[in-house]
Design a protein around this ligand. Structure first.
Ligand code: T4K
Length: 368
């Protein structure tokens, strides 16, 4: 008999009837997009949930980031990390800017603040750090460095929905934060994303830029794109929001089960709870040091696959090494990012995993 197939993620689904009931009024109103009533309601509810003053919704997280960079009018060089999904780097380059790659720290894989300052030049206009896997960057140090050098900070907070640091919503750090509501995320709108910011002017810019730069019927004073969230997506968000706390509680059980089996295994590094952080349990990365663990990450990946379990190598290759860039970023000094990308495996993680599933996955990993 074929073993149960487990993928790295599985979208949370609200009860079918709840979604169907919620979309029923659309057949009456026929108002499907362009900042409809559900879009406006979701925007308000998410701003409350994330404890942020302003939130702008988008068709996806990537367009949110791209347009936020545009709205800020950044120039020249932007410091970021290569240990991320390709979206972060593409958003910088597609704005005509040059990414400068800073290494990550081995503790939580976020930007290494000790290596950051030496990369700042007179051309640097911003820092785009990534709260990778939901690990919150050293926001205090980044803030100090940015203020000292007069730089903007946009956090790629794609993985961090609903997290808080010492009670403060993660979307409050820096000049702006981008969240992804992709189907694979803890909270999703099928496709979707948001920018949070305390800057009212920036928020107003974002509202226009996602709608072609339209100010009113006769005035278009920005060169925008079309990146609006539609009503079906917004309704999916409203339905998912009702069940979010329950979903996160289920994810917590999964993470605790992984930790029970995989903590204190020689040659295997996993993330532990961080004091002061309310986690959303988005991802479960495990880093395999082959010299001590006895097997490479690729060996473990292949063995899991034999058992119909599909872990992923998020984030390998590093974005510096992607084919589309040739050897343009080959000289980046990023040893920790390289070490980690070569050894990381993100294990299956969703609210639908049972403890038995986790036991089976861990059994396979450990019985080498
Ligand atoms: N910044 C960061 C740091 C990010 O991680 C991302 C996105 C972004 C920016 C950009 O945000 P968005 O523009 O996407 O809102 C996935 C996601 O597509 C992507 O959103 C995510 N990061 C990235 C880390 O993962 P793929 O190419 O690995 O996805 P895929 O299709 O292989 O799906 C992975 C697994 O998820 C599947 O094995 C099964 C499950 N799945 C997938 C889909 C599409 C579902 O259960 N339902 C689904 O509908 O990129």
């Amino acid at each position: 008999m074929e073993e149960k197939r487990i993928l790295v993620a599985r979208s949370s689904m609200p009860p079918f009837e709840e979604y169907v009931e919620a979309i029923r009024p659309l057949w009456e109103s026929a108002w499907l997009t362009n900042m409809g009533p559900n879009h406006e309601l979701l925007k308000q509810k998410l701003a409350d949930y994330l404890q942020v003053p302003n939130l702008s919704l988008f068709v996806n997280g990537h367009m949110a980031l791209e347009l936020c960079i545009q709205a800020m009018g950044l120039t020249g060089e932007v410091i970021t990390t290569p240990y991320t999904f390709v979206s972060t780097t593409h958003a910088i380059i597609r704005n005509g800017l040059t990414p400068v790659f800073c290494d990550i720290n081995p503790k939580d894989y976020t930007i290494d603040v000790d290596k950051l300052e030496s990369l700042i030049t007179e051309k640097t206009s911003a820092i785009i750090p990534v709260h990778v896997y939901g690990n919150i960057c050293d926001v205090e140090r980044i803030d100090q460095i940015a203020k000292k050098h007069n730089l903007k900070v946009i956090y790629d907070a794609a993985h961090t929905f609903g997290e808080t640091l010492n009670g403060v919503g993660v979307g409050n750090f820096g000049d702006a934060s981008m969240f992804s509501f992709h189907a694979t995320k803890v909270f999703h709108t099928i496709e979707g994303g948001a920018i949070t910011t305390a800057d009212k002017h920036l928020d107003a810019q974002m509202y226009k830029l996602k709608d072609f730069g339209i100010k009113d019927e006769e005035v278009i004073d920005g060169i925008g794109a079309n990146a609006k969230m539609n009503e079906f997506a917004a309704i999916m968000g409203l339905c998912n929001l009702v069940h979010l706390d329950e979903e996160m509680a289920k994810r917590k059980v999964v993470v605790e089960r992984y930790r029970k089996h995989l903590s204190n295994v020689a040659g295997l590094t996993i993330m532990q709870e961080v004091p002061g952080v309310k986690s959303n349990y988005a991802y479960f990365p495990a880093v395999f040091d082959e010299k001590i663990f006895g097997e490479t990450r690729n060996d473990v990946f292949a063995r899991l696959k034999e058992h119909n379990i599909f872990a992923r190598k998020y984030f390998y290759p590093l974005t510096t090494d992607l084919e589309c860039f040739g050897d343009r970023f080959a000289s980046a000094d990023i040893p920790v990012a390289r070490y980690t990308a070569d050894r990381v495996l993100t294990l299956p993680m969703s609210a639908s995993l049972s403890v038995e599933d986790v036991d089976r996955i861990c059994d396979i990993i450990l019985n080498r």
